[in-house]
Every structure is written in C-alpha cells, then in structure tokens.
Write a protein of this length. Structure first.
Length: 149
C-alpha cells in the first residue's frame, strides 16, 4: 500500500499554483501550508509594510506567525502582472485586505512583489515584498504603445 504524497511535495507545479497556495494559506491561517510555499534557502526575503527586511526562513516564519496569531487574513489577490522565465517568475499583485474594526469592515490595499524560483521541489517563493497602497491603487499606470490611425 503506497502513501499519498505530502501536499508540500506536489506543491508548485507552476508559480501560479504556488502563489494561489500562499494566499489560500494566508486566508485560512495555515502556517505550515504557507511555509511550504517558501524555498528552503537561508537567503529568502520578506518585507512587510513599515517593517525591516526579514532574511531566512526562521525570521519569515516568526513574522507570519505574528500575522496569523488571530487566525487567517481576509485577503484577495487582484490585478496580477507577471514576468516569467524557465526558472524564475516575478509576480506583481494588488492585495485587497478586509480588516475588521470596531466600526465594521474596512478595505485596505497593498502592492506586493512575489518572486519564485523553480527548485527540485517545484516552484517556491524566494521573496515577498509588500508596500502599503490606497484605494487609488485600483488602476495601473502603464506605458502602453500608442497607435495612430
């Protein structure tokens, strides 16, 4: 009788799947699943708004333990932009975060850059850098080509 493979062993068929797993883990407050998204590397990096740069899995885990200490985070990924190569992917996303306050639910926005490397275990996150945003983050400013007719 064979055992079913561990979830972390099958995680990351694509960078998109690893990213989806990361955000689902944030929503459900599942620190083990969240950490399974990260590469096993001493140089992984995480930056949360207003916080110092965190280097290494221990520091990253401690920060997410604190974030998830009261349960999952109601967060939705929006407006994905991505650059992908055979072994590296860079995703820029807008995060819409629902925050419960004494006055009710309030939406906050953040901009995140997530970097993934293709490893022997599949696609894994090596950097997560988030900056605070505002409601005006709903549209991108881009240098799109102008076509004259």
């Amino acid at each position: 009788m064979s055992k079913a493979p561990k979830k972390s062993a099958t995680l990351g068929g694509t960078a998109d799947e690893t990213e989806a797993s990361f955000y689902e883990a944030l929503q459900t407050g599942d620190i083990e699943r969240l950490m399974a998204c990260w590469a096993d590397d001493d140089e992984v990096i995480c930056v949360h708004p207003g916080s110092p740069r965190l280097v290494g899995l221990g520091a990253v885990r401690a920060a997410f333990d604190a974030v998830l200490s009261h349960g999952g985070v109601r967060i939705q990924m929006e407006a994905l932009r991505k650059l992908e190569h055979m072994t590296c992917a860079v995703h820029s996303v807008r995060e819409r975060i629902d925050i419960l306050t004494n006055e009710g639910s309030v939406q906050a926005y953040a901009l995140a850059t997530n970097v993934y490397f293709k490893t022997a275990q599949g696609w894994r996150m090596v950097a997560h850098h988030v900056s605070a945003g505002g409601a005006n983050e709903s549209e991108d400013i881009s240098d799109s080509p102008h076509v004259l007719h």
